[in-house]
Design a protein around this ligand. Structure first.
Ligand code: SF4
Length: 217
């Protein structure tokens, strides 16, 4: 590892640890992970007692490559993005995610003051984050950290997450072509539901893994 990389990692570690401390102050169970591997191992341990595992469609969770390991453990995977599903099957899986044993998702932004900010198109991902599943694990790579408030977090999502996500999902939005948000009114607009989770939800066992690696968009 170069000295530059070492210093970059150290700087991000301080920010990640600050976010963890703020999340804990806000009542969440938060864990600092030095790497994606540490986060994957945490998820596998926490999945032991779960029969059904829901996937919110997060690139961060894809990056962790836990799906195959969970399948080998005999878990039922509820993934509405799996290839070959009909629209009806996708919708059915989204409904079942709302009541799964363990829901895995990323977050579009995490403020250093310990708030999770997300923008969703359908609302299934954000809905499953705060009520329904018995346990929720949120994966937050260091690239999701925002030193600011809700408005700054929303700006991060509109600048760094929504345009590439619209492109990835092949939506016909202006940002999928230009890379910039124009607050469109497109039928394909993916920014339709904005949520701020600023304290641990009362009835949901929610864990936030703050990882000192870039994860997802
Ligand atoms: S509002 Fe429209 S243009 Fe802006 S990020 Fe969302 S989908 Fe893209």
């Amino acid at each position: 590892m170069t000295l530059t990389q070492e210093l970059v990692d150290w700087t991000y570690e301080q920010k990640c640890r600050k976010a963890v401390a703020s999340l804990e102050k806000n009542g969440f169970t938060a864990v600092y992970c030095n790497s994606g591997t540490e986060a994957s191992d945490y998820i596998i341990r926490e999945a032991e007692g779960a029969a059904s595992i829901g996937f919110g469609g997060s690139m961060s969770v894809v990056d962790l490559q836990v799906a195959d390991r969970l399948k080998e453990m005999g878990k039922e995977l509820l993934n509405h993005s799996a290839p070959g599903l009909t629209p009806e099957q996708r919708l059915e899986i989204m409904h079942r995610q709302l009541a799964c044993d363990l829901f895995l998702t990323g977050t579009n932004a995490l403020t250093l003051s310990g708030m999770l900010v997300n923008i969703d198109a359908t609302g299934n991902r954000v809905g499953s984050m705060f009520f329904g599943p018995r346990k929720v694990i949120v994966v937050a790579g260091r690239n999701k950290l925002v030193d600011g408030g809700v408005e700054d977090a929303i700006r991060r999502v509109k600048e760094m997450a929504s345009p590439p996500n619209a492109r990835r999902l092949n939506f016909k939005t202006p940002c999928a072509t230009t890379g910039f948000c124009s607050d469109c009114n497109s039928p394909d607009r993916i920014c339709r539901v904005t949520t701020v989770i600023d304290r641990q939800p009362r009835r949901t066992d929610m864990r936030i893994l703050v990882i000192n690696e870039d994860m997802g968009l």
